[in-house]
Design a protein around this ligand. Structure first.
Ligand code: FES
Length: 282
């Protein structure tokens, strides 16, 4: 396959140089992105129906749970879940795939109520009581600051007040996959570079791999770094705070919101309770 260089968004000269050197994708990956981008445009074109109507389950109303399906279109031969395209996500699949990882992590693109998501398996139960070290991934609960640098809140406190929003004992985190930069669809190992390598460093910074990566302008997000942050409703401008994963680098101004997981046995479902967090894109 032909490798094509990505063009990072204008940023610091240092970032621009390093990213241009390190980021590339092959033609199939580019086509995959193209499809995803079109999907994003189509979703945006549903504005007449309203965001809530594509988010809500067919039965309507609030608070329902709905299944999460694998999304591997265009990557059937490459993704570990390629043969499971549009099948329900199962935790046991992630556990099995994580056994092939150096650090015991596994992630997959998904679709939930028509929205793009990424589910990542993190061996938190196994590693959470071990000394913090490279390549021993765990969930990290952190303080978050908004784009102006103002403290928004701490994940631990937020989870105490909202116990249903995230359960680290599941070893799973589900993330709304619309970039906070310009609403492209970040992915799990859709491209190969130092940010997506099969390794991990603590701290929620830009070192190490196992990041979600947005190929539009190279933003990175750490699915293990749980924080509180703030964003705004695209239509109304109303600010909201949310529990999400940390932006590790790139032009995205803040991290991506979590979608609360509801397990039905081995099957991964999700709650619409915090759908307001998903309103920063059209
Ligand atoms: S849309 Fe620009 S980095 Fe994601």
């Amino acid at each position: 396959m032909t490798d094509m260089k990505l063009r990072p968004a204008p940023n610091t000269p240092e970032q621009e140089t390093s990213l241009t050197d390190r980021s590339s994708m092959n033609r199939r990956q580019f086509m995959t992105y193209g499809f995803n981008a079109v999907g994003g445009v189509l979703a945006a074109s549903l504005g007449a129906l309203g965001f809530a109507s594509i988010l809500m389950p067919p039965s309507g109303g609030g608070g329902e749970e709905s299944g999460v399906l694998y999304w591997a279109k265009g990557r059937e031969d490459e993704a570990w879940y390629g043969a499971k395209h549009l099948q329900p996500m199962a935790k046991s699949d992630f556990v099995a795939e994580a056994a092939n990882s150096n650090v015991g992590m596994a992630g997959a693109q998904g679709v939930w109520n028509g929205l793009p998501v990424v589910v990542t398996y993190v061996p938190h139960s196994e590693n959470g009581s071990s000394p913090i070290a490279d390549n021993v991934p765990r969930f990290q609960f952190m303080a978050g600051n908004d784009i102006a640098g103002n403290y928004v809140g701490h994940a631990t406190e937020y989870m105490m007040n909202n116990p249903d929003v995230f359960n680290a004992d599941n070893n799973l985190v589900m993330i709304f996959s619309r970039c906070t930069h310009l609403c492209c669809i970040p992915g799990w190992q859709l491209v190969s570079n130092s940010f997506t390598d099969d390794n991990w460093t603590p701290g929620g910074g830009d070192g190490g791999g196992s990041k979600m990566f947005c190929i539009c302008h190279s933003s990175r997000f750490d699915p293990t770094a749980i924080e509180v942050n703030a964003n705004s409703n695209r239509s109304t401008g109303q600010r909201f705070t949310y529990l999400g994963v940390r932006r590790a680098g790139g032009p995205a101004p803040m991290g991506l919101p979590i979608i609360p997981i509801i397990m039905n046995g081995d099957v991964i479902g999700a709650s619409t309770e915090f759908k307001g967090w998903l309103t920063y894109c059209d």
